[in-house]
Design a protein around this ligand. Sequence first.
Ligand SMILES: NC(=O)c1ccc[n+]([C@@H]2O[C@H](COP(=O)([O-])OP(=O)(O)OC[C@H]3O[C@@H](n4cnc5c(N)ncnc54)[C@H](O)[C@@H]3O)[C@@H](O)[C@H]2O)c1
Length: 388
Amino acid sequence: MTSDPIRLGIAGLGRGFMLTLPSLLADPRIEIVACAAPRENSRQAFLSQFGGRAHATIAELAADPDVEAVYIATPHQMHREHAELLAAGGKHLLIEKPLAVSMEDATAIVNAAKKAGVYLITGPSHSFDQPVLAARALIDEGRLGKARMAHGLNYTDFLYRPRRPEELVTEQGGGVIFSQAIHQIDVIRVLMGGSALAVSAMTGAWDSARPTEGAYAALIQFDEGRFANLVYSGYAHYDSDILQDEIGELGTPKDMSEYGAARRALASVSTPEEEAALKSTRTFGSSENPSMAPNAEHFGPIVVSCDRADLRLTPKGIEVWADTERTFIPTPADPSPRAEVLKGLYEAIRNDAPPLQAGTWGRASLEVCHAILESAREDRHIILRYQS
Ligand SMILES: NC(=O)c1ccc[n+]([C@@H]2O[C@H](COP(=O)([O-])OP(=O)(O)OC[C@H]3O[C@@H](n4cnc5c(N)ncnc54)[C@H](O)[C@@H]3O)[C@@H](O)[C@H]2O)c1
């Protein structure tokens, strides 16, 4: 263990926390010391695995003097209330994506962190994946020229994974824009550098039983005529992990013979309550902790076109398609797939060196989500105002 690990509290022991848990456990920079969770069985499971203190409310976690920083992994619409309480208690904040649902709530979170003088980092998001950060570093070296165009596509079963009712209502943060586009936007903003200027997009909501956006295509304009094109479908048909060496989003090998599993599992429930209960079988204390993934995480195939090379990001590294030769730069998931976000938290708190995804970063990405929805709804180009 690092001599002075961050004493971390966890707010919300659900699915998001479960996915980050293997990386938290593997990281010597982090010591999990407390949690806040409304469910008694989750608190008991927490105490038996980690010891420390298991609080019933966020207010108690905010008042816990031994906690330095809190990973907020509660539902999106609660992030503001929880961030305000925790910042007022002097806790640094690592907040799951999206930072909030409304821009008003995102601004309130940014202001609360600023007022309390605590760090605010939005993550984990796939912009912390090692291949993304390695590609950014390669572009920053300058020898490949500028990143001119980026293309991201992802075809998943997102809309057919078990959901809480509000996860299917766009106004409450449901659908693929707030939970999935936010990853692609974060990744593309890291790779393209600088601020996005404007967005044109179309969205699809094609299943009346799950009446929120399940698909989108967005064209994002950056400075100097640079641009990115993002395409996503969560309708559980084509699976673009087949283009990623059959490695899933979380860095684990995917069994392609399980085609259709998400829709089949969902067919076993008939009410929203049963569906929410199915989701909760995948949360902390209700199932085994996931094992450590052998590869980096990813969010679908990404290609970045620079002046002198195209970079293709894979879960194992970066293919560099330069003028006269092709090379491969491996980026092992070492020591864990989510190590970079934890390193970012540590470096911010211990060395005053926050990652790119700190401060107003999460609000700027959220603004792009809203611009996608607004552009599609109003059939127009949306100018962005909160990029910095
Ligand atoms: N980065 C990722 O890979 C990833 C994956 C899944 C979810 N997430 C994010 O995590 C967040 C939560 O989503 P989820 O899918 O884990 O939902 P979830 O329903 O599985 O988990 C939410 C948890 O919050 C708890 N909670 C609710 N109210 C609380 C309160 N007042 N105090 C403390 N805990 C409370 C619930 O009991 C539950 O355990 C969302 O913002 C989502 O976008 C991120």
